[in-house]
Each structure stands twice: as structure tokens, then as C-alpha cells.
Write a new protein. Sequence first.
Length: 92
Amino acid sequence: MITAFVMLSVEPGRVKSLAEELLAVKGVTEVYSVAGPFDLIAIVRVREHDQLSDLVTEVIANRPGITSTETMIAFRAFAKRELDAVWDIGVD
């Protein structure tokens, strides 16, 4: 399985709608709105590099409202955590 992080610059006013659209795309497993030089980060998981290329260049980057993309491919995961554990700060 190939995991990639696709950073997206988005037109103003399109962050939420594009995040929802991207979640419906096969291979996109998560989408986060973020602060910094990008507006959204999509986490993509596919079986082959050709699938990643097609997904990013033909499906994601061509969506109206996306002005640019930058993709990073993950080599290895060093930590695996449950989301509930990550967000549990121990306050009652």
C-alpha cells in the first residue's frame, strides 16, 4: 500500500466543499483543513504508483477550486495510534 500526503491550495470559500468532494473520491481516506501555506491536506492510499499519479493529476488537481498541489509519498509509518487516544488529554 502506498500512502501519500497531497497538500492543496484552494480558492477562497471552497475549502469545506472541496474537502467533502475529496472524501468521496476512491483512494482518499482523510482530508484535513490546515493552517500554513496550504489549505487542505488529503491522505491518499493506493496500491500502485500509477494509481497515485492518475489520482493526483487527473482526479484531484483538475477539480474546480484547486489552484495547486504538492504531493509527498510516505516511505514508512513509525507510529500507529488510535484517534481516540490521540485526542484524550485526561481531563474529566
